[in-house]
Design a protein around this ligand. Structure first.
Ligand code: CTP
Ligand code: MG
Length: 224
């Protein structure tokens, strides 16, 4: 199975000139940790990173310790476009693809193997996700609460997200738009129902500056 890693974002919410995937996390570029987790997943034959055609950072690091790693300079204007461009560039008879954000460096490899086993015979595929824990408020003008949204049945999507290469490429191509913020949403737009697989609160997406410190603590805890 192939893992496709979208890493072509600019990290605008991180407010840093260097894209967050290359920021220092525990002495290594953030994406190093993401790749380090994925190479431990025995079911993955190849890991393909999608970076921006204008990326000035990837080349300044040595990635030779990671076997089975390829990089494609075909990132697009949105995450969905980066993933679709990457899928088009993939060659080979692979059935499934596992898409994982470069910006999720605290991934537990055992969780990925578990997910692959659980979805092996699934007709659509699925995603890691966690049930929403907080009470949800809908805001109206002036940051006042319009109402409390029932959280029953609500989950927060994570990655990896695992789908069939051909079906995912088709779904992204015809569904492409601002509402497609993960792979599952493209499949849902076709009327399909991806499976929710229990993820981990530790599998955070580094988005804001304070997330770097959190990720560092999680990595240190996992190393014990
Ligand atoms: N991504 C990508 N191509 C894009 C946008 C995002 O490959 N055009 C990747 C990011 O590099 C990241 C993952 O998709 O690994 C999740 O996206 P997000 O956390 O939103 O990262 P950014 O888009 O870089 O950050 P921001 O939204 O704050 O600008
Ligand atoms: Mg983004």
């Amino acid at each position: 199975m192939i893992a496709l890693i979208p890493a072509a974002g600019s990290g605008s919410r991180m407010v840093s000139v260097t894209p967050k995937q290359y920021l220092d996390l525990a002495g290594k570029p953030l994406i190093w940790h993401t790749l380090s987790a994925l190479v431990k997943v025995a079911e993955l034959d190849r890991i393909v990173v999608v970076i921006s055609p204008e990326d000035e950072w990837w080349g300044s690091f040595d990635w030779s310790e990671f076997k089975r790693l390829d990089v494609l300079r075909c990132g697009g204007a949105s995450r969905a476009e980066s993933v679709l461009n990457g899928l088009h560039a993939l060659q080979g008879p692979d059935d499934w693809v596992l898409v994982h954000d470069a910006a999720r460096p605290c991934l537990d490899p055992a969780l990925v193997s578990q997910m692959i086993a659980e979805l092996a015979n699934h007709p659509v595929g699925g995603i890691l996700a966690v049930p929403v824990a907080d009470t949800l408020k809908l805001a109206q003008a002036g940051q006042h609460i319009a109402h409390t949204h029932p959280r029953d049945g609500l989950w927060q999507a994570q990655t990896p997200q695992m789908f069939r290469v051909v079906q995912l490429a088709h779904a992204l191509a015809i569904g492409m738009g601002p509402d497609i913020t993960d792979e599952a949403s493209a499949l849902e737009k076709l009327g399909l129902q991806p499976k929710l697989i229990m993820g981990s609160p530790w599998n955070l997406k580094v988005t804001y500056p304070q997330d770097l410190r959190l990720a560092e603590l999680i990595l240190a805890a996992a190393a014990r």
